[in-house]
Ligand binder design. Structure first.
Ligand code: NAD
Length: 355
């Protein structure tokens, strides 16, 4: 069975879907692995590293021709896939929302797109969960970007020249990225608080020795939240889900109320933004505040991000690998039903993707 690994064509994408470590595991399963030239270059995995473990490195068309599975991180342009073989699976983050035309083109090519970004958040699927593995790194990166752009240090420091207080970090949205942001900011010595719309997260915030910020009385909640924001040095916002517009958590008047030199990092900048005025991939200054639009943070940590991503891919593959027949069979189960995209040429499906 032939497994293909695409080179990412999106310019700011530095990750690769399959690392040499995982390519070797496929080969041990009896698969042949074909990797597009320089696919791992931006993640520091050389073509030689793939060749060394027995993978073939070649140009795109011969890599994908005859492959049963084509792995990618981000969705490829369908016009790059004309050499693919009928019924091949195209596995990666497919970003299907609002992209009916692109998805339909995969079907026109005879491909079956598998959207790992639609994986159910169940414990059985946890080891294949690309959103978690990548969000975790983004949460870490957000804190480092904040620290690198902050004009003070994070920990309290006492020296012969006196002491400075710890930086105050507020994390808004405590999913996978938010939890890692809290943990990273704590490790750097900051005084950390956090909030989420889900009340059950309170316990997780406390378990990381951070302060949960929840206001029960709805009539005063917004005012008290704005008062809390005003006192912060660093704010990290992480509230978004693909296909939906991100909620506005920090307004322009919140920014105006903060101390000059404060830093706000918006992880939702590519989804409409949690922070008013943030822009993907840019560091803007307003009211003396730096507003960082952290776009594709995992790609900035491309080696570790690819390592985790490739392991997620291998878990997915192993889940459906039949050892006896040495074949990959995408059985009908809750996981495959969630990630297998349907042809948007079907009017009903078109409606679902647009919703
Ligand atoms: P996410 O990226 O969807 O959202 C980030 C966080 O923002 C969420 O916690 C959300 O509640 C919060 N949020 C949304 N609107 C907000 C608002 N207006 N104000 C403040 N916060 C807001 O989150 P995620 O990383 O996908 O994780 C979501 C949940 O799923 C978490 O509890 C996570 O632990 C869980 N999870 C479970 C599994 C599993 O069991 N396999 C895997 C991954 C995540």
């Amino acid at each position: 069975m032939k497994v293909a690994v695409l080179s990412e064509y999106i310019s700011d994408e530095n990750r690769v879907s399959i690392t040499p470590e995982i390519a070797e595991k496929f080969i041990k399963f009896g698969c042949s692995v074909f990797v597009e030239q320089n696919a791992g270059g931006a993640a520091s995995f050389s073509d030689d590293a793939y060749k060394k473990i027995g993978a073939k490195v070649d140009e795109r068309d011969s890599v994908i021709s005859g492959a049963t599975i084509i792995f990618t991180v981000r969705p490829p342009d369908p016009c790059h896939l004309s050499a693919a073989t009928e019924n091949a699976l195209l596995v990666g983050i497919m970003e299907p929302y609002g992209e009916t035309e692109r998805i339909a083109k995969y079907f026109d090519l005879g491909l079956q797109p598998i959207a790992m970004d639609l994986l159910p958040r169940t414990s059985r699927a946890q080891t294949m969960d690309v959103l978690s593995s990548q969000s975790n790194l983004t949460g870490y990166r957000a804190v480092l970007d904040a620290a690198a752009n902050f004009h003070r240090i994070f920990p309290m420091m006492t020296t012969a020249a006196g002491s400075v207080p710890p930086a105050r970090v507020f994390v808004m949205g405590v999913g996978v990225a938010g939890l890692q942001a809290i943990a990273t900011a704590k490790r750097l010595g900051a005084k950390v608080s956090a909030t989420d719309v889900r009340p059950e997260v309170k316990e997780q915030i406390i378990s990381l020795n951070a302060q949960p910020i929840y206001f029960e009385d709805k009539s005063t909640a917004q005012r008290l939240l704005s008062e809390h924001i005003r006192e912060q040095d660093i704010i990290i916002t992480t509230a978004f889900s693909a296909g939906k517009r991100a909620p506005r958590l920090v307004t322009d008047s919140d920014l105006a109320s903060m101390k000059p030199g404060s830093v706000v990092v918006d992880l939702a900048c590519s989804y409409g933004g949690n922070v008013e005025g943030s822009s993907p991939g840019k560091i803007l200054s307003k009211y003396g505040i730096k507003i960082i639009g952290l776009h594709n943070g995992a790609s900035l940590l491309s080696k570790d991000a690819s390592t985790f991503y490739a392991r997620n891919m291998f878990q997915f593959f192993s889940h459906y690998w039949n050892k006896d027949s040495k074949s990959f069979i995408l059985l009908d189960d809750d996981i495959s039903n969630a990630i297998r995209l349907e042809n948007p040429n079907d009017a009903k499906i078109r409606k679902k993707i647009h919703a």
